[in-house]
Every structure is written in structure tokens, then in C-alpha cells.
Design a protein around this ligand. Structure first.
Ligand code: GDP
Length: 417
């Protein structure tokens, strides 16, 4: 039964939508780029079609396409975790990874920004690395580096990258990046870091301690974060629910209701991220990250009914935030890339292909015998131009062929006469 829980925890299909969309977009940009370069070759090689302005235009298109393709290859979905020290941010991340990767123990809490991600395609070995520094360190160095009380502890403003092997943690393999932050009291002082490391996240998770109330510092910090958010993708985890609910088992529901009410107030009235209680209600969870991790890493083979119930809630959380994450990232990251591709194609049509066709038409005009023949093909092009990518490919091939043919026959004849 435990294994059935674990298999149900595999990341949602929406995360794979992101990965699929990325592959698709990368294909589009790859194709665009190779069409542009073949067009470029043709323009450069044919003496009579050569046009300096056209070439410049084409080069500008190429570099735009290359630049977007580069951004695209780095696009990932990002989740940022906030909360007071020891509320269990690292434990939540470990549970999502199915493994204890980040140091998480009393007195071993995270002291800097810690970004957990899958290795880039050019990296093979797992390693820990300070952003801006070259040195690769073993994963085992993490405990000392990221722990507040270690002599090797890094400055709180440091960004530590934890690069995991591809395929080791499924959530990372779906192109998700998990950002752990130092405790709220520390993070609040690090406005610049917060902006540069966290504000581009697609989803924000506030990890609260279900055993205590939200402190004034936490409240103020969450307000500051919420005021900067352009998307209200904020989730609240009432963590350590195993402890909090065992204090007064008979009061469990009552305590939960109280939490819900307070958290709804926080999300709707104080932070203003949700319009109504219903929306906010669906973003609040009572979980035990530690139990979830123990179930997932096999340390708890016989979970009690209560533990199973809390684990179900953790799965619900994981599923909901994954969906939200993918949906948001698809829209905000890939939407603009798709629009750019569209724009590039339209501009290509109006500034390059239009004049190019005009030029070719003029040349055809000058070569009466072949005119009827070639004009028919021209019309086909224009229609195809408005269609989608596959059509574009055919169109480009036709364009290439046509250009070559025009270059070789009509123009050569002209040269010869
Ligand atoms: P962080 O500072 O927010 O990253 O907190 P940690 O993840 O390091 O957690 C602090 C301590 O609380 C560690 O000893 C964890 O094992 C423990 N802890 C975290 N989550 C839970 C939980 O849900 N239940 C219980 N009982 N302990 C937890």
C-alpha cells in the first residue's frame, strides 16, 4: 500500500506539459534558425538577388532567434519557499525530492539561498556550487556550507546551487527548480537577494509551523513579498501538523478550522492575493513534511491512519502546486516566446519576404516566357505563409528551391543576354 502511495505521488501531467511545450518551442526556434540561415546562404550566393539591406535584416532576425533560443533553453519552473527558521522549508523540499538532500535538523537550518535543480545538459556529476564561483564541491559539503551554525557557513546572501543528477529526482527532471531561503528574519534584510533570486518564481510557498501562530515578522515579510507579486500563486503549508494535531487529538478539527480561518484572513484580507475565501481555502494545507519524506524514502513502512491521511494532504498539495506551476510557467514564460516567433515570422514576411517576392516578381515580369508558370507558384507561397510551422517548413523549402531556380535560370539568362 505504501508503494501505491508513492507511485501516486509522481509529478502531475501538467509538469510534463511544460517539458513538452519547451521541446516543441525549441524545435520551432531551431527550424526558424536553420531556415533563416539557408535563406541567408541563398541571398549571399546569388549575385543578382544579393541585397545589402536584406542581408542586414536577415542577420538581425537570426540574432534575435538565437537570443530567444538561448533564453528558452534556460527556462525552468521555479518554486520559492519562505518561512521562519525551523518551520520545515528544507524538510518540505526533501519530501518533494523523495530524499534527504538538504540539511534539515534542529540546529542545522538553512543559512543561505539554496537552489536545487537538475544538472544542465553539459554537466554530468552532481555537485554543489556557489553561484559566481567556479569551484564544484561534493554534495556532502552541503551540510556544512548551508548550515547556519557551521564554521564554513556561507553568508546569508549567497546563492548556493545544488546540482543533482538528471533522473535522480523526478520533480527536478520535469525542469522544476526549488529555491530554499534563509529564515524570514534573515531574508527580510536581504531585499536585493529576494528580488534577484526569488521574484521570478512561478509559485510561492509559505511554510508555517502549525504548532505556533504566525509572528509579526513573518506577517510583515509575507506582506512585502505579496506586494511584489504579479501572480497570486501563493500556497500556505501548515507544516509539523503531526506534532500540532497530536497535542490535542480530540481538538484536531477545531484547531484546523482556526488555522484555516487565520490563513484565509492572511491571504485575502492582509496580503490581498486572493479575492475571496473560497479561492484562498483551496491553497491552504495541513501536512507533515517529515512524515511524507519518511514514507517516500522507505523509513516508514507502516504508516498509521493519521499519517496516511496527512500524506494524502501532502499529495494534494503537491498535485495542486504542480498544476499551478506548470500553468503559470507555460503562460508567462512560453507565451512571450510563441508571440515572438509569430512576430518574427510576420516581420520576416513584411520586411524580407514581401520585398523579396516583389523583386522576384519584377524579375519574372522581365522574363515573359516563364511568367505564367512561376506566378502560380508565387500565389501558393503567399497562402502558405499565413499557416503554421509545418507549412512554414514546406514554404521555406519551396522558397529555397524557387530562389535557386530563379537565381539559376531567369537571372543567369539575364546575365547572359
Ligand atoms: P527550515 O529551517 O525551515 O529549513 O527547517 P528544517 O526543514 O530544517 O526543519 C527544522 C526541524 O524540524 C528539523 O529537525 C526537521 O526534522 C523538523 N521538521 C520539519 N518538518 C517537520 C514535520 O512536519 N514534523 C516534525 N515532527 N518535524 C519536522
Amino acid at each position: 500500500s505504501v508503494s501505491s502511495y508513492i507511485s501516486r505521488s509522481s509529478a502531475s501531467s501538467r509538469l510534463s506539459e511544460f517539458v513538452d511545450a519547451k521541446t516543441e518551442l525549441q524545435d520551432i526556434y531551431h527550424d526558424l534558425s536553420s531556415y533563416l540561415s539557408s535563406f541567408l546562404t541563398i541571398l549571399e550566393e546569388s549575385v543578382l538577388l544579393r541585397d545589402r539591406q536584406m542581408l542586414e535584416h536577415l542577420c538581425a532576425f537570426s540574432s534575435r532567434v538565437e537570443a530567444i533560443a538561448k533564453v528558452l533553453s534556460r527556462d525552468r519552473m521555479k518554486v520559492a519557499f519562505f518561512g521562519r527558521t525551523s518551520n520545515g522549508k528544507s524538510a518540505v523540499i526533501n519530501a518533494l525530492l523523495h530524499e534527504k538532500i538538504l540539511p534539515s535538523a534542529m540546529g542545522h537550518t538553512t543559512s543561505c539561498f539554496c537552489q536545487v535543480q537538475a544538472n544542465g545538459s553539459d554537466e554530468t556529476t552532481e555537485h554543489v556550487k556557489v553561484e559566481q564561483e567556479e569551484q564544484h564541491m561534493e554534495l556532502s559539503a552541503l551540510k556544512e556550507l548551508a548550515s547556519a551554525h557551521s564554521p564554513r557557513a556561507l553568508k546569508p546572501s549567497t546563492l548556493l546551487q545544488v546540482n543533482m543528477a538528471k533522473n535522480r529526482c523526478s520533480i527536478l527532471d520535469y525542469d522544476v527548480v526549488l529555491m530554499d531561503t534563509p529564515g524570514v528574519d534573515v531574508t527580510a534584510q536581504l531585499d536585493d537577494c529576494l528580488d534577484s533570486y526569488c521574484m521570478d518564481a512561478d509559485v510561492f510557498i509559505l511554510v508555517l509551523n502549525a504548532e505556533s501562530t504566525v509572528s509579526r515578522v513573518e506577517r510583515q515579510f509575507f506582506k512585502d513579498v505579496a506586494s511584489k507579486l504579479s501572480r497570486p500563486n501563493l500556497f500556505i503549508l501548515n507544516n509539523r501538523w503531526d506534532k500540532a494535531s497530536s497535542l490535542e487529538p480530540e481538538m484536531e478539527q477545531q484547531v484546523k478550522d482556526q488555522h484555516m480561518e487565520r490563513c484565509v484572513n492572511l491571504l485575502v484580507d492582509e496580503l490581498g492575493v486572493y479575492a475571496n475565501a473560497q479561492e484562498a481555502w483551496e491553497r491552504i494545507y495541513h501536512v507533515s513534511a517529515l512524515e511524507a519524506l519518511h514514507i517516500r524514502n522507505g523509513h516508514n513502512q507502516n504508516p498509521t491512519a493519521q499519517t496516511q491521511e496527512r500524506y494524502q494532504e501532502f499529495l494534494r498539495f503537491e498535485n495542486d502546486f504542480s498544476n499551478c506551476l506548470a500553468e503559470s510557467a507555460l503562460k508567462t514564460k512560453f507565451g512571450p516566446h510563441l508571440q515572438s516567433a509569430q512576430k518574427i515570422l510576420n516581420q520576416l514576411k513584411s520586411t524580407l519576404i514581401g520585398p523579396f517576392i516583389e523583386k522576384v516578381s519584377r524579375l519574372i515580369e522581365e522574363n515573359k516566357e516563364r511568367r505564367a508558370n512561376l506566378n502560380a507558384e508565387m500565389d501558393d507561397w503567399v497562402i502558405l505563409m499565413q499557416d503554421d510551422r509545418e507549412e512554414l517548413q514546406i514554404w521555406f523549402e519551396q522558397l529555397t528551391e524557387m530562389t535557386q531556380r530563379v537565381g539559376q535560370s531567369v537571372l543567369n539568362e539575364q546575365i547572359n543576354t
